[in-house]
Ligand binder design. Structure first.
Ligand code: RUQ
Ligand code: CUA
Length: 648
C-alpha cells in the first residue's frame, strides 16, 4: 500500500516552475525511487521476521507523509525524497570525511579517516588499526577530498583526502564508504593540496607538501632555513605507494592537473624562502610550478634521482633550471589552483592580489618544446575580481566562479571575455558578484572538476557564520551556502551550518554513486579478510561458530550477532590474558547494524550486516564486565548483551 502511495506521489511531481529543472523524483533515469522501495520492503520484511520492527514502522510512516514539496524552494528535498547529488565534504581538523545530500545539504554520514571514532570503532578495531598503521596519531587535518577519475570522468572507485597535520594521504572505498589505505608521506611535512590524475585514469594522486624542512629532518640544519625544502609527491592510486617526489623552490600550496595526463601544477608561495609572515609576503611575485610527468618518469627510469635516509622513494631535483619543471611567475602568494573542465586552462587565485591568473596548457606544451622562452607567456588572462581570490570553480557554459575571501563575495566571470580583455579588447568579463556570508574559502560546482561539469549547483564554503544561526557558545559552526547557477544569475538558496571545518567538497550525481554502493558487506571483503583467515586457522567458521579458542595467554572469542542475540551470552578469561573478540553480524536485513561495546574497557565497534569486526585488548581487571549492543536493532535491543568473566 505504501509503495503505491509513493508511486503516485512521484508521478504527480512536476517540473519545477521556478527554474524548469526537473525535480529529483520525476527524473526517470535515476534509480532513487526503486531503491527507496527496496529499502521499504527490506524494513517491512524485517518487521515480519521480528528484527528491526520498530525502524521498519517508522520508515513507512515517514514516506506516507511526504507531500507538498512542489511548493517548496528548489533546494527543498521533501520527506521521503532523495537528493539528486552526493556531496563529499572534508571534515578539516575533525580528521573525517562527511557525506552530504545536495541540494538538501543534510549530513547523511560521517566516514572516519584520520580520527578515532567510538561509534564505528575506528582506531579501536583490528581492521581499522591495520589501515591506520602502528602508533597512528590521535587525529588529522583533512582538507581536500577528490574522487578517482577515468578519462576525466568520475569512475566511482575511490575518494582520496590529505592529512596536513600528519603528512598523510588516505583512500576511501566508495562501495562501502570506508577508509582502506593510509600512506605516510616521507621526506616532507604537512600534505596540503591534493588532486588526482584524470587521464588516462587515477593513476597518480598528487600531493603537495606545504612546509619546508631540512632533508633529512633529523636534527641537522635546524637554524639554516636556506637549506629547508618542500617537495611535490606523486602516489600510485592503486597501491597507495609513493611513486616519486620532486624538490621545488618555495612552499607548495594547492595543486591540480590537466585533462591530457601530461602535467600537474601547484601554486607556490614564499618564493622568498622566509620562515616568518613578513618575510613570506615581501615579494610581489610567486609562482605556479608545472611538473612534466613524462620527463619525471623518464628521469626516474634513467636513475637520475637520489634517496633520502631510509626511504626508498626516488627524489628528483625540480628547482629552478630543472628540465622537469616550469616556473610561471604569478602575483602574489597564490592559493587555489583550478583546471577548467574544457581541458584548456588552469587558474591560480591571487589571495594577496585581486586577480586570478589564467594559463593555457597549450602554452605549457610550447614551453617544454622550446617554442616559448618566457614562462610568463603561458598566461592568457588575468581578470581583476576583488579582494582575496582563493578558489575558482567552473560551469559547462564557459564561466568561472571565484571566491573573494576579504570581500565575502562570489565573483562570476566569463573565461572567453577575460581572455579577450587581456588581449586588449574592451569587454566586460565580470558577470555578477554575489554576497556570501562570511569569508568564503573554497567553492565547488557540481561535477566541476570533471568533463561532466553540469552548471547546476555551486557551494560556497564560508569560514565564519557569526550571526546566521542560533548561538552555540564561543565556537561557531562554519557556514556552507548553496547557490543555484543553472540560470543567468547566481541565486543563493540555502545556508547549512557545518562542524569545523570543511575546506573543500566535491559533488557527484547520485546515479554514479548509488550504482556502486553495497548495502551489505560481502563476506569475502578484503577489509576483514585477515580476521577471517585467522579464524580459519582456529577451525572457526565465522558465520556459524560461537566459541572460545585459547592459545596460551591469548584468548580468541568468536561470536555471531543476530538480532537480538550474540552467539555467546558469556565467556571466561583470566586476568592478564590478551583477548581478541571477533563478532560477525549474520543478519541479512539491510540497515540492521549491531554494536559491541565492552563496558569500562573503552571498547565499542560497529558490525553492519554480514560484516566481521574484531578488537584485541588485555583483560587487566578481574570481575564481571557486560558487553552490549550499541546500535538500536530490535525491540529487544536493550537485552542484547552478555558477560565477560575475568578470573583473578
Ligand atoms: S585550502 S581556503 Cu586547505 Cu584548500 Cu583554500
Ligand atoms: Cu543488536 Cu542492538
Amino acid at each position: 500500500m505504501s509503495d503505491h502511495k509513493h508511486d503516485e506521489h512521484a508521478a504527480s511531481n512536476p517540473t519545477s516552475p521556478a527554474t524548469g529543472r526537473t525535480s529529483p523524483a520525476a527524473a526517470a533515469d535515476l534509480p532513487g525511487d526503486p531503491a527507496r522501495r527496496t529499502f521499504i520492503r527490506g524494513s517491512a520484511l524485517a518487521g515480519l521476521v521480528g528484527a528491526g520492527g520498530l525502524i521498519g514502522g517508522l520508515g513507512l510512516e515517514r514516506t506516507a507523509q511526504a507531500s507538498d514539496h512542489d511548493k517548496m524552494p528548489e533546494d527543498h528535498v521533501a520527506s521521503g525524497q532523495l537528493d539528486e547529488y552526493y556531496g563529499f565534504w572534508s571534515g578539516g581538523q575533525s580528521g573525517e570525511m562527511r557525506i552530504l545530500g545536495v541540494p538538501s545539504m543534510r549530513e547523511l554520514m560521517r566516514i572516519p579517516v584520520f580520527n578515532p571514532d567510538f561509534a564505528i570503532g575506528w582506531g579501536i578495531t583490528n581492521e581499522s588499526k591495520r589501515v591506520l598503521g602502528k602508533g597512528f596519531p590521535a587525529g588529522g587535518d583533512a582538507h581536500h577530498p577528490h574522487g578517482s577519475q577515468t578519462h576525466g570522468h568520475y569512475d566511482g572507485r575511490y575518494l582520496f583526502i590529505n592529512d596536513k597535520a600528519g603528512t598523510r594521504v588516505a583512500r576511501i572505498r566508495l562501495d562501502v564508504m570506508r577508509t582502506d589505505k593510509i600512506t605516510k608521506i616521507p621526506n616532507v611535512q604537512a600534505i596540503h593540496g591534493l588532486r588526482v590524475q584524470r587521464e588516462p585514469r587515477t593513476g597518480y594522486v598528487f600531493a603537495n607538501a606545504e612546509f619546508r624542512i631540512p632533508t633529512p629532518n633529523d636534527g641537522r640544519d635546524l637554524d639554516a632555513p636556506a637549506k629547508y625544502q618542500a617537495m611535490f609527491t606523486a602516489l600510485n592510486g592503486d597501491t597507495m605507494e609513493v611513486a616519486w617526489q620532486v624538490i621545488v623552490d618555495g612552499n607548495l600550496d594547492n595543486t591540480d592537473c590537466d585533462y591530457a595526463g601530461k602535467y600537474a601544477a601547484s601554486t607556490c608561495y614564499n618564493s622568498e624562502g622566509a620562515v616568518d609572515l613578513a618575510g613570506m609576503m615581501r615579494s610581489e611575485r610567486d609562482w605556479v610550478v608545472v611538473f612534466n610527468l613524462a620527463r619525471i618518469e623518464a628521469a626516474v627510469k634513467a636513475g637520475k634521482f637520489t634517496r633520502i635516509g631510509s626511504s626508498k622513494v626516488p627524489v628528483l631535483d625540480g628547482r629552478h633550471g630543472s628540465p622537469l619543471t616550469m616556473y610561471i611567475p604569478v602575483p602574489k602568494s597564490p592559493h587555489g589552483l583550478n583546471a577548467s573542465p574544457d581541458g584548456k586552462y588552469f587558474a591560480a587565485n591571487g589571495k594577496l592580489s585581486p586577480t586570478v591568473t589564467l594559463m593555457a596548457w597549450s602554452k605549457v606544451d610550447d614551453y617544454f618544446a622550446g617554442r616559448l622562452k618566457d614562462p610568463r607567456g603561458a598566461v592568457v588572462a588575468e581578470p581583476q575580481l576583488g579582494l582575496g581570490p582563493l578558489h575558482t570553480a567552473y560551469d559547462n557554459r564557459g564561466n568561472a566562479y571565484t571566491t573573494l575571501f576579504i570581500d565575502s563575495q562570489m565573483a562570476k566571470w566569463n573565461i572567453a571575455d577575460a581572455i579577450a580583455a587581456y588581449a586588449g579588447k574592451k569587454v566586460n568579463y565580470l558577470r555578477q558578484k554575489l554576497d556570501v556570508a562570511y569569508q568564503p574559502g573554497h567553492c565547488h560546482t557540481s561535477l566541476g572538476e570533471t568533463r561532466d561539469a553540469d552548471g547546476k549547483w555551486l557551494v560556497s564554503l564560508n569560514k565564519f557564520s557569526k550571526d546566521r544561526f542560533l548561538p552555540t557558545g564561543p565556537l561557531h559552526p562554519d557556514l556552507d551556502q548553496l547557490i543555484d547557477i543553472s540560470g543567468d544569475k547566481m541565486v543563493l538558496v540555502a545556508d547549512a551550518p557545518v562542524f569545523s571545518e570543511p575546506h573543500d567538497a566535491i559533488i557527484l550525481p547520485r546515479r554514479m554513486v548509488m550504482d556502486k554502493i553495497k548495502r551489505k558487506w560481502d563476506r569475502k571483503d578484503p577489509f576483514f579478510a585477515e580476521t577471517v583467515a585467522q579464524a580459519r586457522k582456529h577451525g572457526v567458521v565465522l558465520e556459524k561458530d560461537s566459541k572460545v579458542v585459547r592459545a596460551g595467554r591469548k584468548v580468541f572469542v568468536y561470536m555471531t550477532s543476530s538480532a537480538p542475540k550474540y552467539g555467546l551470552s558469556e565467556f571466561k578469561v583470566k586476568k592478564g590474558d590478551e583477548v581478541t573478540v571477533v563478532v560477525t553480524n549474520i543478519d541479512q536485513v539491510e540497515d540492521l547494524t549491531h554494536g559491541f561495546c565492552l563496558t569500562d574497557y573503552g571498547i565499542n565497534m560497529e558490525i553492519s550486516p554480514q560484516e566481521t569486526s574484531s578488537v584485541t585488548f588485555v583483560a587487566n581487571q578481574p570481575g564481571v564486565y557486560w558487553y552490549y549492543c550499541t546500535f538500536f536493532c530490535h525491540a529487544l535491543h536493550l537485552e542484547m548483551r552478555g558477560r565477560m568473566l575475568v578470573e583473578a
